[in-house]
Design a protein around this ligand. Structure first.
Ligand code: IMP
Ligand code: MG
Length: 193
């Protein structure tokens, strides 16, 4: 470690100039995740749902949501890529890591970080329904207002958010800022190519 603060030490995460205003506060996240967990607990009473987290963005939400569910649950994770290095949806979805657990006869809840166009989710639910689960519902923490395709069917929604690119609570911009405790606006400092 350098003892000279001028010699390239990184500023504190929340003090960086690509981190903008709070879109959803940590307190609101905590409260809403608890509510969603309570709803799922009621809806799935007597069952053992399988939570499928969509990596990487949903990792923090899955961890908190599962602890707000007062039922036995199982976990699996899937990784898909829709954006690559860009902050615009390409419409192309690729499965990078598939599930380990057989979905046949299971009560599946897909846990997503954010829905923008809904392309990623529409593709995923189609693939997963083909594996014959007993039921399949979607729980998305954030939905960008007015953006998603009409056929997107969401059982549980955390928050509707305004049309800005956001980071924190698991969400990234170029793999950065996932560990912010609030959801923040991202201010892109890189020149447009
Ligand atoms: P969609 O396919 O357009 O709905 O995009 C959904 C996926 O894009 C999410 O699961 C995220 O991984 C990513 N994404 C969309 N909007 C944002 C954002 O504002 N910040 C970070 N990631 C985002
Ligand atoms: Mg992402």
């Amino acid at each position: 470690m350098s003892d000279n603060p001028e010699s390239g030490a990184l500023p504190q995460l929340t003090a960086r100039d690509d981190i903008g205003e709070v879109i959803v506060s940590e307190a609101d996240l905590t409260r809403r995740v608890a509510e969603l967990g309570a709803e799922i607990t009621r809806d799935y009473a007597g069952r053992e749902p399988l939570l499928i987290g969509v990596l990487k963005g949903a990792f923090m939400f899955v961890a908190d949501l599962s602890r707000a569910i007062d039922l036995p649950v199982q976990f699996d994770f899937m990784a898909v890529s829709s954006y690559g290095q860009s902050t615009k949806s390409s419409g192309v979805v690729r499965i990078i890591k598939d599930l380990d657990i057989d979905l046949a006869g299971r009560d599946v809840i897909v846990v997503e970080d954010i829905l923008d166009s809904g392309l990623t989710l529409n593709y995923l639910t189609e693939v997963l329904l083909g594996r014959n689960p007993a039921s399949l519902e979607v729980c998305a923490l954030f939905v960008r207002e007015g953006r998603q395709a009409p056929e997107t069917d969401l059982r549980y929604i955390g928050f509707e958010i305004p049309p800005v690119f956001v980071v924190g609570y698991g969400l990234d911009a170029r793999e950065q800022h996932r560990n912010l405790r609030d959801l923040r606006a991202f201010i892109d400092q890189e020149p447009k190519k």
